[in-house]
Design a protein around this ligand. Structure first.
Ligand SMILES: NC(=O)c1ccc[n+]([C@@H]2O[C@H](COP(=O)([O-])OP(=O)(O)OC[C@H]3O[C@@H](n4cnc5c(N)ncnc54)[C@H](OP(=O)(O)O)[C@@H]3O)[C@@H](O)[C@H]2O)c1
Length: 325
């Protein structure tokens, strides 16, 4: 088969479409013939040599895919050859084929195109596991989503709205119209507005009950300031740096919680539990059309370098897909 390899870490042109050995299904695995994968921020770091795949994961980038099952290990009984699926991966989605632990497979939701289904697994699993399972967002609460126009952000906005929360987002103003369409009540241009003041203004001074943060260090202090009493801050990205200063007094006064998680390095059993939760709680919302995959554009896998250039500009809204075949 062919896959995107990274012979030398570097810029987008480090991505090379190459002949590589075909994957075989190990115990508990299936092989998926990939129809599409999607670019995630982490792929850019992996390409630059800063985010190696976890032990045992395929060397090629790609944290999710959609496609058709072409082989199953003898111990896999719940999936069969020919089924259309999408999957959460620890790597290897930028390829014609990938071996996937069966616990990380999801059916393509009814009403969703097979290619577009590649936009869902990583964002659905990340957002649901953090915003619902960890932070316990509930109806009537306020959710602040940083980077509302990102793949993660566009999904978090839709899930927050579906759960009955009021959603505040930070994003460049060019993306505000799209975010309002998705249900965001209050888009904030973080370059021109103080998001802490805006969150306080739209919550009558209460603050956000849950914050999904992708910036890390540069937003830590302001995020704590923006929390409501009993608020939960969940950090999933470090785009603004990894070392920040936490005012414990401010957090304590609010009886607040700060958590940080990564999905890719979790043990298989934890990923399978998250995938099961997503299938039970999120897939019905996708099948009813309440949540849609937000696809900025599709590019052929052979143009992965161009896709990475595009994502680096941050001009996209939602996901950039890479198609195979
Ligand atoms: N921990 C985990 O398990 C996990 C899993 C998946 C993703 N993530 C993280 O989640 C983040 C989003 O991933 P993605 O692939 O969806 O990203 P993406 O589509 O590449 O989007 C990145 C976003 O960052 C926004 N941004 C840049 N500077 C900002 C600032 N100062 N304030 C607010 N937003 C800002 C950009 O929006 P503007 O154009 O509006 O600036 C852009 O939409 C990444 O940091 C990624 O590493 C973590």
């Amino acid at each position: 088969m062919r896959a995107i390899t990274i012979p030398e870490p570097g810029g987008p042109d480090a991505l090379v479409w190459s002949e590589v050995p075909d994957p075989e299904p190990g115990p508990g695995e299936v092989v998926v013939d990939v129809r599409a994968s999607a670019v995630n921020r982490a792929d850019l770091l992996q390409r630059q040599g800063h985010y190696p795949p976890p032990a045992g994961a395929p060397a090629y980038p790609g944290l999710e895919c959609s496609g058709v099952i072409s082989a199953t290990a003898p111990d896999v009984t719940e999936w069969r050859v020919g089924q259309e699926v999408c999957a959460l991966l620890a790597g290897g989605g930028y390829a014609e084929r990938v071996a996937v632990p069966a616990g990380q497979l999801l059916p393509v939701p009814a009403g969703v195109d097979l290619v577009d289904a590649a936009a869902l697994p990583e964002v659905a699993c990340t957002v649901w596991s953090n915003v619902v399972r960890l932070a316990g967002l509930s109806a009537g609460e306020t959710l602040l989503v940083h980077g509302g126009g990102s793949g993660i952000g566009t999904f978090a906005v839709q899930l927050g709205v579906a759960l009955g929360a009021t959603v505040v987002v930070t994003a460049r103003s060019a993306k505000h119209g799209r975010l309002r369409e998705l249900g965001a009540a209050h888009p904030v241009d973080y370059r021109e507005q103080d998001f802490v003041a805006e969150v306080r203004r739209v919550t009558d001074g209460r603050g956000a009950d849950v914050i999904l943060d992708i910036m890390g260090a540069s937003y830590l202090g302001r995020n704590v300031s923006a929390l409501a009493t009993g608020g939960r801050l969940v950090i999933i990205g470090m785009q603004g740096g990894r070392k920040g200063e936490l005012d414990i007094g401010a957090l304590l006064a609010k009886r607040g919680t700060v958590a940080a998680t990564a999905l890719r390095s979790r043990p298989l059993a934890e990923k399978a539990a998250i995938v099961q939760g997503v299938r039970a709680q999120v897939w019905p919302l996708v099948e009813s059309g309440t949540i849609r995959p937000i696809v900025d554009r599709r590019l052929p896998m052979t143009e992965a370098a161009q896709a990475h250039r595009l994502v680096e500009t941050n001009d996209h809204v939602g996901k950039v897909l890479l198609t195979v075949g």
